[in-house]
Design a protein around this ligand. Structure first.
Ligand code: GLA
Length: 445
């Protein structure tokens, strides 16, 4: 157990002691569910995104940071091809499925899809069914990734399970291939997201954000660079407590608006496949080609198809011009943020975060009154560099760059201001910028 504590200190720093109790409880629960024997402990973290929202599926730039909140997965291989899954949280009842050449998805909303997806994708990649295991997921608060809070709890679960299948298959994964595999696996769940969440869950480094260029090169690789977080500041996360019920449909409509932009720009830019391709064109030139609003049905009547996008009704109003403007300006903001971080110009970083929030609210329309109230409250505290919503939007979390000396004041005041404004309680916690997913240890229960 002393060795486990060392491993936990590597991952969680000063939080290792509290994590030890969580790991012990999970080991006990595993033994109760599956009996004594060896147990492999794996984990994958959630994330916040410093800047670069809804740019990844447009082949743009992102700058995410891993949290020390993670999905912990305890697993022991089985030889009969049956994957069995349990969860320390009672609202996820046990599941099982057989590994095979073709693993079908379960009904929409069934949590075993987070395992079926990676099992299927890895089976396809390796050309043979992946090894099965008994698994127990531990992701309850306060150590787990908050669910539905825009901090990537789904990807953390998918990545933890994928890393477990890869581990038992003896496959030594590389970042890009594994990230892509996990992203494809999540299509089992229905959201047409990008690759940011999987990349950061896999490749995060302690104390760093990860700059990721989401355009693959000719070999299918991606350009990444760890960027140290600024000294003298804490990245604080404020969970608004708001959860949006219909995010997937809204999300896919934004994807549709971007794809509509690509289709409408093609006559002028024949090689365009993603909005990234016009990053160097002038916005006024682009804007002239993009209608403010158009429906899927109208586009189809003009012979323009948007591809496979579940839950986007024919008459959904796609706000093409504003959505494309957000993506085009956001990509520039990400590059400028990296440059400002390199120069240590935190004031400029803060301005860019504020501008990104305004663009997400006004152009992409993914903010809520609560997220706006939190960003406004954060900016009232002396020395705060900037604040913005993080993740997909429609609820979830806001981040702020707060001077070290102001963290206590910030936590007390922002919570109070938020409650006064909205009647809700915010949960405020620091982003510890932890490391990426992997095997933590092998223990005996
Ligand atoms: C979700 C998706 C990501 C990304 C963000 C928005 O988290 O899973 O791929 O698109 O939304 O930036």
């Amino acid at each position: 157990m002393a060795q486990l504590l060392d491993e936990l200190t590597e991952i969680y720093g000063s939080g290792a002691g509290a994590q030890m109790a969580r790991y012990r409880a999970a080991l006990d629960a595993f033994r109760a569910a599956y009996g004594p024997g060896p147990v492999h402990l794996l984990r994958a973290p959630g994330r916040v995104n410093l800047i670069g929202e809804h740019t990844d599926y447009n082949h743009g730039y992102v700058l995410p940071v891993a949290l020390d909140r993670d999905v912990l997965l305890l697993a022991r291989p089985r030889s009969d091809g049956q994957v069995r899954l349990a969860n320390v949280e009672g609202d996820f009842s046990p599941r099982s499925f057989a590994v095979s050449d073709a693993i079908s998805s379960a009904a929409a909303g069934d949590w075993s899809n987070y395992a079926r997806g990676p099992a299927q994708e890895l089976t396809r990649l390796l050309g043979a069914p992946v090894p099965a295991f008994d698994g127990l997921v531990s992701a309850a608060p306060p150590f787990g990734v908050p669910r539905g809070a825009g901090v990537s709890s789904s990807s953390a679960l998918t990545v933890a399970l994928a890393v477990a299948f890869a581990h038992f298959a003896g496959w030594r994964w590389q970042g890009a291939e594994m990230a892509r595999l996990c992203s494809d696996a999540e299509w089992y769940v229905g959201t047409r997201g990008g690759i940011m969440d999987q990349f950061i869950a896999l490749l995060a480094q302690r104390g760093h954000a990860l700059f990721l260029d989401c355009r693959p090169d000719a070999d299918g690789d991606f350009r990444t660079r760890p960027i140290p977080l600024p000294a003298g500041y804490r990245l604080l996360v404020m969970d608004s407590g708001v959860r949006h019920a219909n995010t997937r449909n809204e999300f896919n409509q934004r994807v549709a608006a971007c794809r509509a932009g690509v289709a409408l720009l093609r006559p002028e830019y024949p090689a365009i496949t993603h909005l990234r391709d016009v990053e160097n064109a002038d916005w006024p030139t682009l804007e002239a080609q993009l209608p403010e609003e158009v429906s899927v049905a109208t586009l189809r009547a003009e012979g323009l198809a948007l591809g496979d996008l579940p839950n986007v009704p024919d008459d959904a109003p796609l706000r093409v011009r504003a959505c494309c403007r957000h993506v085009w300006t956001e990509n520039r903001r990400v590059l400028e943020t990296v440059d400002a971080l390199d120069r240590g110009d935190i004031r400029r970083v803060g301005e860019l975060l504020d501008a990104a929030h305004a663009s997400a609210r006004n152009d992409y329309r993914i903010s809520t009154p609560e997220l706006d109230a939190l960003t406004a409250a954060a900016r009232q505290i002396d020395g705060v560099a900037g604040a913005r919503l993080t993740g997909a939007g429609w609820g979830g979390c806001v981040i702020a760059l707060v001077p070290d000396g102001q963290v206590d004041e910030f936590t007390a005041q922002v919570g109070r201001l938020y409650t006064r404004e909205t009647g809700r309680e915010a949960t405020i916690f620091p982003c510890q910028a932890g490391p990426g997913a992997g095997l933590v240890a092998v223990a005996e229960v």
